[in-house]
Design a protein. Structure first.
Length: 768
């Protein structure tokens, strides 16, 4: 068998490339094309859960490159999943001509997308934690669990720099800032891959380039900011898979766009990995007569693999026969897949494909991580002193998100995917998701009486807009045209009657799985249905109202927020979200998160970002980087190098942060760079460092930061693409948010303009 001959560890890249060349040379054309296709594992198993070898001989006689979303098709015990992967890999290695194993991939945006696996907070909330260490811990736990189940490739993370507040997939992103997105995305890769694809799970950078706002940006913004998270994941963390978006850049769909996939990705960035299509993206290529033309356009443009079925790439031989795809183009794509398989150890003598021990999901350690991230993801936007709750004897908890798992689970979690795609609404609470009501009761201090009435539903009418966009599998009218059934009666009068008996009202409002997510849009960003009217009636009782907003994006609450006693943005905080929000409300934990997006006060359907101007934007209610705590902080004693050189140098700075209140808390101190001269080719203000500082009452800590001079640079493209650092004066700004600058000092960069083909230093070095 060819596979047996290859079962030897590659000690060098030369060894690997030589073996790839030899393997490719022995493969038949049918085998080669099969490596660029995918399918669903369940199609190979009978109703008794046994591998059907007749189906294998029929469907994959020449092998298969990939298995799509192998762990999320139906609720399955992880040990059973593992055994099925083992059975399939064994069949491929022993009953196909070249015996090549497959890549099993899954979504891991907020944990492994499978029943029973830990559901961590959604990425938009985790970005507000400004905590890459926790982000790395989360994906390390995720990768360990998934690898035990035989998975070696993820289709995560999404690192689109999302600057359109209404974008329906904003929840999957790290927000509007390129630097923060790059830091968090790189941490995601490091944790998931564990520095070695042979033992970790491979990350996939998506949706390249500019999905969610930015694809139509000018070249400078596209290359400096929109590209940055992808570039850093690839060059700093070693990400070896990438997925183009559904959208177009410069008039050409990304999946067939040679400018971004060949020139920028492989030429400029130096990517040497595997490019995989988003599901059905090739089939959506416009102005083409048939699948043959679509397949040719995608593979010629630089896309290697056709997900989820290979529906178009099954016609690649016909495209080659017609001369519209060159043999060397097919060779490139197939070798990129084989190279990935070598890198993740599938051709090793003793490949680590899965665990033989009993697999336990959602361990206490994983739940603790989910809780820790949740407490650091919840943003306190306003507080008139009502929080933390100390003296209340009677609390009413009300609203559509008060007692629902859908307040906690974002898109691409197993419950959400199962509900949306499979239309299954039953028995989804695996693992158990703690609701706000449950958390408030569980964490309640002695003597506190908690009342509950749902009060109103998310929406009375279906608000999800039917649109032909994204994955075409969701274009089915029945998938989009439905509401979530809470299973509870919404009795407004009962809630208002209870409100009259209460000292404080907790109103849990916002979106759910059918009001936000891939292919799911609403008419606007104000609270869905009659939720705002319900909050108005709660306010009319005269009792203090604490507004807790759940969902995947900012929702317009101006007009009511100003009259609420407190406002909290909780996002989708995962399985421990109920406990985390309750602990913040009760004061067991001080909120510390800061906004990863600019929070608007009006409907905005265009790109916005804090760094577009150093002047306040009247459309913004709360700025990027903003968030309150239960204490106060003082910034002092900023020390900055007066001068540095434009070459491969750095600027040292330090400052002190003091907790001047009475509560222990974390402060997220932010370091921005601004040009002193408007003629300099930098943004008016740009985040370039941050630090989470944990402080006891009265405690002071010194933050030390080393900014590489490349962080003062900019992209240009005259005769060639290059990174430039110019001499001049720059302002170092230390802020509690992008709009709350506490300290600032200038630094002068001296020397000649320094250029290099591409930057090498992406992140500052921070120490406490």
């Amino acid at each position: 068998m060819c596979m047996a001959a290859l079962m030897a560890s590659c000690t060098t890249n030369v060894d690997m490339e030589q073996q790839i060349d030899e393997l490719y040379g022995r493969m038949t054309q049918e085998e080669r094309i099969a490596q660029l296709r995918s399918m669903y594992m369940d199609d190979l198993f009978n109703e008794q859960g046994q591998l059907d070898t007749t189906k294998c001989r029929e469907l994959i006689p020449f092998g298969i490159g990939h298995f799509s979303q192998y762990a999320s098709q139906k609720p399955t015990d992880p040990n059973v999943l593992r055994d099925r992967v083992v059975a399939v890999q064994d069949w491929l290695m022993n009953h196909t001509p070249s015996g090549i194993p497959a890549l099993f991939h899954e979504e891991v945006l907020s944990g492994v997308n499978t029943s029973g696996a830990t559901i961590y907070p959604q990425q938009i909330g985790q970005a507000c934690s400004f905590n890459p260490e926790l982000a790395e811990l989360k994906t390390r736990q995720t990768g360990i669990a998934m690898r035990k189940m035989g998975g070696v490739l993820s289709l995560s993370p999404m690192v689109d720099v999302c600057r359109v507040p209404s974008f329906n997939r904003l929840e999957e992103s790290y927000g509007e800032d390129a630097y923060l997105s790059a830091v968090m995305g790189t941490a995601f890769v490091k944790g998931l891959q564990q520095g070695d694809l042979r033992k970790g799970v491979g990350a996939c950078s998506k949706h390249y380039l500019g999905y969610g706002g930015g694809g139509d940006a000018d070249e400078k913004e596209l290359m400096e900011e929109i590209l940055l998270p992808h570039e850093a994941m690839i060059r700093v963390a070693g990400s070896k898979a990438l997925m183009p978006g559904y959208h177009a850049v410069h008039g050409t769909n990304c999946v067939a766009n040679s400018e971004i996939l060949q020139d920028i990705l492989r030429g400029y960035v130096g990517f040497d990995g595997m490019v995989v299509s988003d599901y059905t993206a090739i089939d959506q290529l416009p102005d083409m007569e048939n699948e043959v033309q679509k397949a040719a356009a995608a593979i010629n443009g630089g896309n290697d693999v056709d997900f989820p079925f290979g529906a178009n790439y099954q016609y690649l031989q016909e495209a080659i026969d017609k001369g519209i795809v060159k043999p060397e183009t097919l060779e490139r794509a197939v070798k990129n897949v084989l190279r990935y398989k070598f890198r993740c150890g599938l051709f090793d003598k003793n490949p680590y494909l899965y665990s033989t021990e009993k697999i336990e999901l959602d361990t206490p350690e994983e739940r603790q991580t989910a809780y820790d991230i949740a407490t650091q993801s919840v943003v306190l936007l306003e507080n008139n002193g009502i929080l933390p709750l100390k003296n209340a004897k009677n609390i009413l908890i009300t609203g559509p998100n008060a007692n629902s798992m859908w307040a906690m689970c974002g898109d691409y979690s197993f419950p959400a995917m199962t509900f949306f795609w499979k239309k299954n609404e039953k028995d989804l609470d695996h693992p158990h998701v703690v609701t706000l009501l449950e958390g408030m009761k569980k964490q309640a201090p002695a003597g506190l009486d908690i009342l509950y009435s749902r009060g109103c539903d998310w929406t009375e009418e279906i608000e999800t807009k039917y649109a032909v966009s994204g994955d075409e599998r969701a274009w089915e009218y029945e998938i989009l045209h439905r509401k979530v059934d809470s299973g509870e009666k919404a009795d407004k009068q009962e809630a208002l009657s209870m409100a009259a008996q209460s000292d404080v009202i907790i109103a849990a409002v916002g979106e759910n799985v059918m009001l936000c997510g891939e292919n799911r849009d609403r008419q606007g960003l104000r609270l869905p249905g009659k939720q705002e009217q319900f909050v108005e009636e709660l306010l009319a009782t005269g009792k203090p109202v604490v507004l807790v907003i759940f969902g995947g994006r900012a929702q317009l609450v101006n007009g009511i927020a100003e009259r609420c006693a407190a406002v909290i943005q909780a996002w989708y905080p995962g399985e421990e979200g109920g406990n985390a929000v309750a602990d913040i409300l009760y004061g067991k934990v001080s909120p510390s998160a800061k906004l990863s997006v600019s929070y608007p006060n009006t409907e905005i359907n265009e790109a916005i970002c804090y760094n577009y101007s150093d002047k306040p934007d009247p459309r913004i209610q709360w700025p990027f980087g903003y968030g309150r705590t239960y204490t106060t902080f003082e910034y002092q004693n900023l020390q900055v190098d007066k001068e540095a050189t434009t070459g491969d140098g750095f600027v040292n700075l330090s400052f002190e942060v003091k907790n001047t209140g009475t509560v222990a808390a974390d402060e997220i101190a932010q370091v921005y760079i601004s040009p002193a001269d408007s003629s300099q080719q930098l943004r008016p203000i740009q985040l370039q460092a941050f630090a989470r500082v944990s402080l006891k009452p009265g405690e002071t800590k010194t933050v030390k930061v080393k900014l590489h001079t490349e962080q003062f640079g900019f992209y240009s493209h005259q005769s060639a693409r290059q990174w430039n650092v110019c001499p001049g004066t720059y302002i170092i700004k230390i802020g509690a948010s992008s709009a709350d600058i506490r300290l600032q000092q200038p630094v002068v960069l001296k020397g000649e303009t320094f250029t290099k083909p591409i930057r090498e230093h992406y992140f500052s070095d921070v120490a406490l």
